[in-house]
Design a protein around this ligand. Structure first.
Ligand code: FAD
Length: 420
């Protein structure tokens, strides 16, 4: 394919027809766009944010090794492999004791610590500046038309002119996340949802990590977690009531609560710092099934949300992009629609595995603080089992790092059971 270098911040001129319109320039949309461009399939990415905004929005940080290898195979992991540190174990802190869990010893697979803004920066650069992909930033009021026909289109209001533009296409890829427009196209009855009834205060601290691994603090006052993001920045979470106001969590209260919930004999003190982000996440999951509606194919958070309990969302977004990208290339370049027809089913197999894992892990994390001594007892028993039993440890490690669950490794289920 021809690789045309483009000026760094330019929006692309916009013809009125593309084979694929990708709505949303997050990890799913940009990975998909890159796969299409590598096969010389033209596509247009429409994004409501500015390029600067999407390159700076903090969120995920942990990418599972199978997803990194998937990016690498598509020429998208150069900087990641050069710069990302890897993690091989995590630590549980319960009742003042520390327990390390060495999941790489059990699976041979690692996490790569690479903040989402860095990945998005790499992907947008490769897509727009190197592979010559078309993109429009800052678009408004994106609207889908005729997605139940074989001649869909997408319209949007152009940020410069204020005029509505219409782009015709063969396929719309809905990659615009949990608050986007594309997931509103399938009827609401197709969305399965679970609310945890729990809030997490998500914090980013301008402070070096205080441990060389992820730390999970299981405590009667509430769950807490520590996750490295970079040598200077650490993500922390504190369980809080859903809908809580971040203003209820001033600096001193945050650090005092983190110190208490993450305390353990022999643990180094937390390195404290300025709080760069404080937001309350009401923990919930949903799945739209099937993930397709006519010529609309949903991917990533637009199709399924996984609360960050098990750090799965971005990994699933990448998995979708790999599946959908390969399927669209096969169809648009060779007329083979096998992958597209199986896309939703193939994606949902992994989605439901990770949804179930998130529910399971949520019980472990939040049982002690549930106020229910019975639940506290059973969830502590679960944790003891995974720390004491090699069989339980192996099962947990495989889901935690995604071994055997990634692209192509899951045993096909009956069609009905896989939730097409
Ligand atoms: P998004 O990243 O949401 O991208 C969608 C894009 O679409 C955005 O750029 C948005 O501006 C744009 N958009 C929205 N509406 C429109 C519209 N109408 N038209 C055009 N464009 C639109 N996941 C992990 O795997 N590991 C982690 O460690 C992890 N940590 C997390 C921590 C936090 C605090 C949060 C909130 C999430 C975390 N996640 C994690 C989840 C992860 O961030 C998401 O799953 C991931 O961003 C999904 O990617 P996406 O491309 O599907 O959607």
């Amino acid at each position: 394919m021809t690789r045309t270098p483009r000026p760094a911040d330019a929006d692309s001129p916009c013809p009125a027809r593309f084979p694929v319109v990708v709505v949303g320039a997050g990890p799913a949309g940009l990975t998909l766009g890159n796969i299409l461009r590598a096969a010389s399939v033209d596509c247009l990415v429409l994004e409501t944010g500015t390029r600067k905004f999407i390159e700076q929005r903090p969120r995920a940080g942990f990418i599972e090794e199978w997803a990194v290898r998937g990016l690498e195979r598509r020429g998208l992991a150069g900087r990641l492999l050069e710069h990302a540190p890897t993690h091989t174990e995590c630590e549980f802190r319960v009742g003042g004791a520390r327990q390390r869990f060495r999941y790489t010893e059990l699976t041979g697979m690692r996490h790569f610590v690479y903040p989402q803004p860095l990945l998005v920066t790499d992907l947008v650069r490769e897509y727009a500046d190197v592979r010559g992909g078309a993109v429009r930033f800052g678009v408004r009021d994106v609207t889908l038309h005729d997605t139940d026909t074989d001649h869909p289109s997408v319209s949007y209001v152009c940020p410069e002119s204020g005029e509505r533009q219409v782009v015709h296409c063969d396929v719309v890829a809905g990659c615009d996340g949990a608050r986007g427009v594309t997931r509103t196209v399938p009827p609401p009855g197709r969305t399965a949802r679970h609310d945890y009834g729990i809030g997490w205060l998500a914090l980013l601290a301008e402070a070096p990590p205080s441990s060389d691994s992820v730390v999970f603090g299981i405590n009667e006052r509430g769950f807490a977690a520590h996750m490295a993001r970079s040598p200077q920045v650490t993500r922390y979470y504190l369980e809080c009531p859903p809908g809580d106001d971040p203003e209820n969590w001033p600096h001193d209260r945050v650090w005092s609560e983190l110190r208490h919930r993450l305390a353990a004999t022999g643990a180094p003190p937390l390195t404290e710092g300025r709080l760069l982000e404080r937001r309350v996440l009401d923990m919930h999951n949903y799945v739209v099934q099937p993930m397709t509606s006519g010529r609309l194919f949903l991917a990533g958070d637009a199709a399924h949300l996984t609360a960050p309990i098990a750090a799965k969302g971005m990994n699933l977004a990448l998995h979708d992009a790999f599946l959908l990208g390969d399927a669209l290339v096969a169809w648009l370049t060779g007329g083979d629609d096998h992958g597209l027809r199986g896309y939703s089913e193939a994606s949902l197999r992994l989605v439901w595995q990770y949804q179930e894992f998130s529910l399971w892990l949520s019980d472990v994390f939040h049982g002690a603080s549930s106020g229910d001594p019975f639940r506290a007892g059973t969830t502590l028993a679960r944790l003891r089992r995974l720390l004491d039993s090699p069989t339980a440890a192996a099962a947990f490690a495989e889901l935690y790092i995604g071994k055997h669950t990634a692209h192509g490794h899951l045993t096909p289920f009956s069609r009905a059971g896989a939730g097409r």
